[in-house]
Design a protein around this ligand. Structure first.
Ligand code: F6P
Length: 541
């Protein structure tokens, strides 16, 4: 029972037939629907929401104690209740001197010590003090990890490609499909390659299997003793790192209070720091910290993560939106949708509340997307004219990260602005008919064609506009998305920091594996056994 939701549902009925165009055109629309943090401008004017909607959403946030839960997270309380852990990713980028406590202990000295160790290691690789076993300088760093130990660093290093320095190349291997590793190392020289094995648990099947394969590649070319110069680890589990054969002096620690999908700011970000240098990695943390302060301190009506999280809940519950599209008009953000898929769907794709009761509202939306303008020539047709309402996130920088000698970048920006406008305002039947009447078409052709061309409009979007995609801006953006997810989870009453839904599949894969290996098809249910039999027949040719 939720009074706030009941009121919102009936408010939604009142908005039936509302025109987004007329909302946008109201003189004071910018007042409560545009927000700024440093150079990050967030435009919410194209949302199916009025001032009253916002007030009702704030009532919902009060009813669901969003601000109190936020404070609990910042104070190191065990907000990950099912695992009895704090969720203190904000400590990893705490650039102030404020102590942050987990279990009553200030975590900042440990956090800062690991940052110093990462810095020293990055510098030693960059300046050639750390070399491969044959004395060659390291030229390529490969991060082997999956999920949160891959997606954040992979997204961020791609996003910050223009900041790559020191001549190092950074690559990522996540999939246990053997082709991922072999495609990644095919053109590399083992003598100049360094592997970072990134795994919070150091127990993830895919990562360890890939790590062993990489180790065989190094050992075959350079001998077993070379392993210590070509492998470092990032983990919370020193025993398993040592058991793999990596000297724990070359392990970069983090802690159980860092969730995997919230870990790119920890030592899991070592590959990012390797690529862009430690100063720029620090700028990334500073940007995130700035957004943390904003999220913690700004009142609800000015709080960007709160506004976005509440609007997500509004669309999910009152407009039956099943998905949200993330559309970066920024090629360097091409891994952002994949990163956000884990962040949002692993955090909030749940059906049980913290107290064990079933949720009564829909939870996580499906997050999907592609960079513009590519998506325009693919799925935007559905965004504009399909029967499903999909709120969109547009992201665009005012200036490109490289010098261009023509108008390609302005074309990109114009397309971004045009898409959001077209979604919101559409194109009505009368205008289309009037346009067609100027052509040679007959009246009957016009009456058939005109409805096909109608763009209904009224399709909501957020535009994130920033000066340039630099490390600090990326930090602000990603921290904003993290807190947005927190707000959604708080409203839905779920634990955004566990992921029990991934366990059954892992367990079954372990059970089924032996019968795939020997072709006996003895494991799994009838369909699995039938498929394993067919697989075996295909393998035998
Ligand atoms: O898929 C589940 C998961 O536990 C993710 O939450 C996590 O990011 C990923 O696996 C990798 O885990 P680890 O860093 O322990 O290898």
């Amino acid at each position: 029972m939720s009074e706030a939701w009941d009121t919102l549902r009936s408010h939604r009925q009142d908005l039936e037939g509302i025109s987004l165009a007329s909302l946008i055109d109201a003189a004071d629309r910018g007042q409560h629907f545009t927000h700024q943090l440093s150079d990050l401008h967030v435009d919410l004017t194209r949302h199916l929401a009025t001032d009253q909607t916002l007030e009702l959403l704030f009532d919902l946030a009060r009813e669901r104690r969003v601000e109190a839960l936020r404070e609990a997270m910042f104070s190191g309380e065990p907000v990950n209740t099912t695992e009895d852990r704090a969720a203190l990713h904000i400590a990893l980028r705490n650039q102030s001197d404020r102590p942050i406590l987990a279990d009553g202990v200030n975590v900042m000295p440990e956090v800062n010590a690991v940052l110093r160790k990462m810095q020293a290691f990055c510098e030693s690789v960059h300046n050639g003090t750390w070399r491969g076993s044959t004395g060659q300088r390291i030229e390529t760093v490969i991060n082997i990890g999956i999920g949160g130990s891959d997606l954040g660093p992979a997204m961020a290093t791609e996003a910050l490609r223009p900041w790559w320095s020191n001549g190092l190349h950074v690559r990522f291997v996540s999939n246990v499909d053997p082709s991922h590793l072999s495609d990644t190392i095919r053109d590399l020289d083992p003598e100049t390659t360094l592997f970072i094995i990134a795994s919070k648990t150091f127990g993830t099947q895919e990562t360890l299997t890939n790590a062993h394969a990489a180790r065989r590649w190094i050992a075959k070319a350079l001998g077993e003793t070379a392993v210590s110069r070509h492998f470092v680890a990032v983990s919370t589990n020193a025993d398993r790192v040592a058991a793999f054969g990596i000297d724990t002096d070359n392990m970069f620690e983090f802690w159980d209070w860092v969730g995997g999908r919230y870990s790119m700011w920890s030592a899991i970000g070592l590959s990012i720091a390797m690529a862009i240098g430690f100063d720029q990695f620090t700028a990334l943390l500073e940007g995130a910290h700035e957004m943390d302060c904003h999220f913690r301190d700004a009142p609800m009506h000015k709080n960007i993560p709160i506004l976005l999280g509440l609007l997500d809940c509004w669309y999910r519950e009152c407009w039956d939106c099943q998905s949200r599209a993330v559309l970066p008009y920024d090629q360097h953000l091409h891994r952002l949708p994949a990163y956000l898929q884990q962040l949002e769907m692993e955090s909030n794709g749940k059906r049980t509340r913290i107290d064990g009761s079933p949720t009564t509202e829909g939870t996580a939306m499906i997050v999907w997307g592609e960079p513009g303008t590519n998506g325009q020539h693919s799925f935007h047709q559905m965004l504009h004219q399909g029967t499903t309402l999909v709120p969109c996130d547009f992201l665009v920088a005012a200036t490109p990260t490289e010098t261009v000698d023509d108008d390609r970048y302005d074309i990109l920006v114009a397309n971004c602005l045009a898409q959001a406008q077209a979604l919101a305002r559409g194109h009505g039947l009368d205008n289309i008919k009037a346009e067609l009447e100027e052509t040679e078409l007959s009246e009957s052709d016009i009456s058939t064609l005109a409805p096909q061309k109608v763009m209904p409009g009224n399709r909501p979007s957020t535009t994130f506009l920033y000066r340039q995609l630099d490390p600090a801006t990326l930090g602000r953006l990603i921290s904003l998305f993290e807190h947005r997810v927190f707000v959604q989870g708080a409203v839905w009453g779920i634990d955004s920091f566990d992921q029990w839904g991934v366990e059954l599949g892992k367990h079954l894969a372990t059970e089924i594996l032996p019968s795939v290996v020997d072709g006996s098809a003895t494991q799994g249910d009838a369909t699995t056994r039938r498929l394993t039999t067919h697989m075996d027949a295909l393998r035998r040719g």
